[in-house]
Design a protein around this ligand. Structure first.
Ligand SMILES: [Ca+2]
Ligand SMILES: [Ca+2]
Length: 171
């Protein structure tokens, strides 16, 4: 084996190890809550005859990465292309638990799998299905932060570019 071929083989093996060790997308946070997944494009048509459909089929998922209960009140989801960053409602998310944060209305609850569901109360879809102009597409910010499409107060982010119908993406 020539030196060049051997080196290439070693590099290839090293890259394969890196690929195994690192998720294709690694969620992260500098705070108590972490964005882990997002479904920007709810399954089925978003609207028909002017009526918004399946608004709760649009959501993002947060995880409490701490060892204590965290209240989600006031955390700001800042969508970087608009100003629909209504603060999250009050909800006590247990240590290590995850919550689906739905765009529409509903009663917050914990389902039989242990996942929690939080409702933001919008009457329309707010996460862009196609968002290639900005990176990230969504920031979750500390309570009291501005929804001004900047990184101020940001603790965790998610980017999806073009979202297919009814598909969930890792952040
Ligand atoms: Ca959407
Ligand atoms: Ca925004």
């Amino acid at each position: 084996m020539s030196r060049t071929v051997r080196t290439a083989a070693l590099v290839s093996a090293a890259l394969a190890l890196v690929a195994l060790a690192t998720p294709s997308q690694a969620a992260s946070t500098t705070g108590a809550l972490m964005l882990t997944h997002v479904r920007p494009n709810a399954a089925g048509a978003d609207s028909r005859d002017g009526t918004q459909l399946n608004v709760n089929g649009e959501y993002f998922v947060i995880k409490n990465v701490t060892t204590r209960t965290v209240n989600t009140s006031g955390y700001i989801p800042d969508i970087t292309t608009n100003t629909y960053g209504r603060g999250l409602p009050s909800y006590s998310l247990p240590a290590g638990a995850k919550a689906y944060v739905h765009t529409g209305s509903g009663r917050h609850y914990r389902d039989s799998t242990g996942a929690h569901h939080i409702y933001r109360g919008y009457a329309r879809h707010v996460l862009l299905n196609t968002s290639t102009a900005k990176n990230p597409d969504l920031r979750l910010k500390k309570p009291g932060s501005p929804d001004n499409n900047t990184a101020t107060g940001s603790i965790t982010t998610c980017n999806w570019n073009t979202a297919a119908d009814g598909i969930t993406y890792a952040c």
